[in-house]
Design a protein around this ligand. Structure first.
Ligand code: ATP
Length: 356
């Protein structure tokens, strides 16, 4: 059963669409991330799910009940804001209890839940402090505890880690994930950080200009992007145009592109069409000249990354198309070197057709 259903949600401001025809379902306990660049409509969608904004069209269902126009306090959702939104004059304990007081939860039950959550988020020794006496990471944990303690059906996270430094982000990211798993919390998480989305989510909804580009598991989104937008936004990608040769065969195709003729393994292919293809920098393997699916890369520059070497170079008959390789192992390369690399046929992915 779906705990949350979005049915053709549209939010417009005049003739501008912040969200356009958005539909997807979320199951109990799922961690779903809304991912996309600034202005793509992530927060608008989250606010509509939380009841802070009303869609222009479409319906939102929670536990199979239409809640499209139900105000936030009457929905079984809790929001964990980017800015923490803690009450500065209330102690950690009082901040955490705020929602339970509003919900008129029995005092003994409140005390029990408070003690449990303080333990879980590691804030017991800070329970009497004011928010101003806490670090950013601790404040974020208070906000998290406050959202969780009311045991909502759905927790909505609006870029909760964006105010933390890189190291603390990783720590709190791990804590959120642990708590989410432990309590089987349904979570909708907004971020523009693709690494965060890949690491935390069961499913990712990639948004672009208010519309869904792709929905899938992190592996789907990373290894099987369906558009140039997704391939380029998530991780690094080499994107080229290619012509797909006509063939009767299914599953194995030949493409002509500026790296020459390459084999591609794919369930389907736009035969006889000019399309965009992509492959990931780490798909490239060093090989000997002339091996199947190989081509020459003239090195332009390199960046040592410890466990691998990023190589920026040129391919094509004129060596004029830029590519990026990520070579593992103790590889060395210098500007002007010619490397022969191959791309396994299953690592090349068909994207959309080229508009003619
Ligand atoms: P960011 O990552 O920068 O927070 P976002 O993906 O969360 O961006 P939204 O805040 O949802 O984006 O905004 C989506 C679009 O809707 C933006 O172009 C924004 O300017 C526009 N928008 C949001 N609220 C309003 C409003 N009240 N009136 C007009 N346009 C709005």
């Amino acid at each position: 059963m779906s705990i949350l259903e979005l049915r053709s949600i549209t939010k417009s401001y005049g003739d501008f669409f912040a969200s356009k025809d958005i539909s997807f379902d979320v199951k109990k306990g799922e961690f779903v991330t809304l991912l996309g660049p600034s202005g793509c409509g992530k927060t608008t969608l989250l606010k509509m799910i939380g009841g802070f904004q009303t869609p222009t069209e479409g319906d939102i269902l929670i536990n199979e009940k239409v809640v499209t126009k139900v105000p936030p306090e009457k929905r079984d959702t809790a929001m964990c804001f980017q800015s923490y939104a803690l009450f500065p004059h209330l102690s950690v304990s009082h901040n955490i209890c705020f929602g339970m007081v509003q919900q008129k939860i029995d005092k003994r039950e409140q005390a029990q839940r408070l003690a449990d959550i303080l333990e879980q988020v590691g804030l017991m020794e800070h329970k009497d402090k004011l928010p101003g006496q806490l670090s950013g990471g601790q404040q974020q944990r208070v906000a998290l505890a406050r959202a969780m303690v009311t045991r909502p059906d759905i927790i909505l996270f609006d870029e909760p880690l964006s105010n933390l430094d890189a190291k603390m982000r990783e720590g709190v990211r791990f804590e959120i994930k642990e708590l989410q798993r432990k309590h089987n919390l349904t979570s909708i998480y907004v971020t523009h950080d693709q690494a965060e989305a890949l690491a935390m989510s069961d499913r990712i909804v990639v948004l672009n200009r208010g519309q869904i580009e792709q929905i899938g598991s992190p592996e789907d989104i990373y290894y099987r992007p369906n558009s140039r937008f997704v391939a380029d936004f998530i991780g690094a990608a080499n994107i080229h145009t290619a012509f797909v040769e006509e063939t009767e065969m299914v599953g194995s195709y030949t493409i002509s592109c500026n790296m020459g003729e390459l084999d591609v393994q794919s369930e389907t292919a736009p035969r006889g069409q000019q399309v965009y293809i992509c492959w990931r920098p780490e798909d490239a393997e060093l090989c000997n000249e002339g091996e199947p699916n190989s081509f020459a890369v003239t090195v332009d520059s390199t960046a040592f990354q410890g466990n691998n070497l990023d190589v920026f170079g040129w391919v094509g008959a004129m060596q004029d198309q830029k590519v990026r390789l990520q070579l593992s192992g103790r590889v060395t390369a210098r500007s002007g070197d010619v490397l022969h690399v191959k791309i396994p046929a299953h690592c090349i992915r068909f994207l959309e057709e080229v508009d003619v």
